[in-house]
Design a protein around this ligand. Structure first.
Ligand code: FPP
Length: 246
């Protein structure tokens, strides 16, 4: 027989959790459309789902979660939707100081700050400072984030160091690139979940995803539940990660 069906376990193995999970939270618009609601209602419901999933990941002992909240390409959406998402993100950050921070979550924003409003940049700094001494899960909110932009940003920083004589061309290696990304000091994501049946990376963690396991589900993000998260992790635990070895 060519393909042997693997014995899939149906229970979570708490000793083999992914250290870092990435989430591409897709399907908010379709969720709203199905209910005859405006897209903004889908994003609002998506933000509520996110809160539940981060709380659960933190409880389980997962160390890092990176969520794709707004990409460098999302500026192409209608102004009304962009404004709504920015306001939602702002209130999410403010609210997180009361809720997630109290749950010991460390909140960080990754992405370029250049195009963000001053008010947003101030709020990001405030929330980051407020939560930086927490010891629970690190939540990276990818905001105005694009994997290619992140790599360009890293390359520019490395060129600057070369120009300033802080390092030599021979020192440039994969570790140096990793150390100049927004996720500096963090492990690469072991597992990336994308909802709503789209099966692509869409410029998310391009460098860091080299050896990530991918999981695609039909579930629309606002419907993604704690059980769906557990099922996804059970599937992750059935994967054989070889990193190019045998
Ligand atoms: C993709 O769904 C989702 C986004 C572009 C935004 C993700 C944002 C959230 C889940 C809520 C806000 C996040 C935070 C951190 C507060 P889509 O709109 O492309 O859905 P569609 O493909 O069904 O149209």
């Amino acid at each position: 027989m060519l393909f042997k069906k693997k014995n899939r376990k149906s229970e979570l193995d708490m000793s083999r959790l992914p250290t870092h999970i990435g989430v591409i939270m897709d399907g908010n618009g379709r969720w709203a459309k199905k209910r005859g609601l405006p897209r903004s209602a889908g994003h609002q419901a998506g933000a509520d789902t996110l809160k539940k999933i981060v709380t659960e990941c933190n409880k389980m002992g997962i160390k890092y979660i990176t969520v794709y909240a707004f990409s460098t390409e999302n500026w192409k959406r209608p102004k009304e939707e962009v404004d709504f998402l920015m306001n939602l993100l702002m209130s999410y950050l403010k609210d997180a100081e009361r809720t997630l921070a109290g749950e010991n979550v460390v909140i960080r924003a990754i992405g370029s700050r250049r195009e963000l409003s001053e008010e947003m940049c101030r709020q990001i700094e405030k929330t980051e400072n407020f939560t930086k001494n927490n010891t629970g899960i690190v939540m990276n909110i990818a905001l105005n984030y694009g994997g290619r932009e992140e790599i360009v940003h890293a390359v520019k920083d490395i060129f600057k160091k070369l120009e300033d004589g802080e390092c030599n061309i021979g020192d440039v290696d994969a570790d140096m690139i990793s150390d100049n990304l927004y996720t500096k000091g963090q492990p690469d994501p072991d597992f990336i979940i994308r909802t709503s049946n789209e099966q692509r990376l869409s410029n998310f963690m391009m460098w860091q995803a080299s050896y990530s396991e991918f999981y695609f589900t039909e579930r629309l993000w606002p419907d993604f539940s704690v059980k769906d998260l557990h099922d996804a992790i059970i599937e992750y635990q059935s994967r054989d990660r070889r990193y190019g070895g045998v």
